[in-house]
Design a protein around this ligand. Structure first.
Ligand code: CIZ
Ligand code: SF4
Length: 354
């Protein structure tokens, strides 16, 4: 949707009034109307680090979802306030693993006699509580770019991994990148007694995958891969590792957001690409590379935007910037000190990965 010129002018004026006191982060999956006001763009981890590199900014406005704002708060100073323009912008995947469920899972692992062999590895897309659980139990955080290195490190610390909360990234990394078999993986369902698993299954498993998924990437299908191949002969199919295992197996290339962007930058003129990731990003990339004669399409027309990402729109950004410019701190995301301490430990283990 085209930006309302009045709102654009108001956002610009409020941002100018705030000057260096505000730093606006724009996640790749955000709307164009919001991205135009971002001082930097990136994935969640890059943005958290960009925020940490700006200690002079009093306000970090995070155009993204809740867990990302939490990570930015963990990595920035206490004097900096991280602000989420709409508090309803959560992440359905992060919400699939609550602190209570994960504590219960640890009890199940303890009763099965395997907890002392288990190292938790949690995807960046998780709440601060889950990151803290991970830090407390000797585990690390990972992103979709370093998941393999995180699993390799974890297997040096213990025999089994509890991977949270995205089953697909966990399974794809284990099977595609680490050469494990699907039988090495079991699925822990937090809605069933004992996760729906027997003690024997837990003893035999190498990867205990939490039953979470992304409501956007989890919807791409093998059929959509076959359809696009039939429609566009010679197409390169490139998908994010949050897609299902069979979709990843059917694709030509698999990688994180930054990988996708670099692959398209390096792609030859005249090449054709079908991309399986969030729609705002795919559209922006299609427009950006159209002039270089690269044909870029969205993998599956039945899949939509990330609805919670899209909650951050220009009206919410204007309200946020104008409130801050008026001296009103709104929608601050603040992780409590105890949670922050252990979540930071897990994040620091990721930063120290070889
Ligand atoms: O799917 C997402 O939300 C991703 C890849 C987020 C991020 O930036 O890590
Ligand atoms: Fe969460 Fe998926 Fe949306 Fe990313 S795209 S914020 S993982 S629901």
């Amino acid at each position: 949707s085209p930006s309302d010129p009045d709102l654009v002018a108001r956002a610009r004026a409020a941002k100018e009034k705030l000057g260096d006191r505000v730093f606006v982060l724009g996640h790749h999956y955000q709307r164009d109307e919001v991205i135009q006001f971002a001082d930097v763009t990136g994935d969640s981890f890059k943005l958290a680090r960009d925020a940490a590199a700006r200690p002079e900014a009093e306000y970090i406005v995070f155009c993204g979802v809740h867990f990302m704002a939490e990570s930015a708060d963990i990595l920035t100073t206490d004097a900096q306030a991280v602000v989420l323009p709409d508090l309803a912008a959560g992440c359905s995947m992060a919400d699939m693993a609550t602190a209570e469920q994960v504590a219960e899972c640890w009890d199940v692992l303890t009763e099965a006699g395997v907890a002392d062999q288990v190292v938790p590895v949690s995807y960046m897309n998780s709440s601060a509580d889950i990151k803290a659980f991970t830090g407390k139990h000797g585990g690390t955080i990972c992103t979709s770019s370093n998941a393999k290195r995180a699993l390799e490190w974890a297997f040096e610390q213990g025999e089994k991994i509890l991977f949270l909360p995205d089953q697909h990234l966990g399974r794809n990394t284990a099977v595609r990148d680490m050469g494990m078999s699907l039988d090495d993986c079991v699925l822990y369902n937090p809605h069933k007694p004992n996760g729906g698993l027997t003690a024997e299954q837990l003893r035999n498993a190498k990867m205990i995958l939490w039953r979470g998924h992304c409501s956007v990437h989890g919807r791409f299908s093998v059929e959509s891969v076959e359809d696009v191949r039939a429609r566009m002969p010679g197409v390169n199919v490139l998908v994010h590792p949050e897609c299902k295992h069979e979709v990843v197996a059917a694709a030509d290339y698999v990688g994180s957001t930054e990988y996708i962007i670099k692959a398209l930058e390096a792609a030859p003129r005249g090449s054709k690409w079908a991309i399986g990731t969030e729609l705002n990003l795919v559209r922006r990339l299609a427009n950006r590379f159209a002039s270089e004669d690269k044909e870029i399409v969205f993998l599956d027309k039945t899949v939509c935007f990330c609805s919670t990402m899209n909650r951050i729109d220009l009206p919410h950004l204007v309200w946020t910037l104008e409130s801050l410019a008026d001296g009103k701190l709104v929608n601050r995301i603040e992780v409590d000190p105890e949670t922050e301490k252990y979540a930071k430990l897990a994040l620091e283990r990721m930063l120290a990965l070889p």
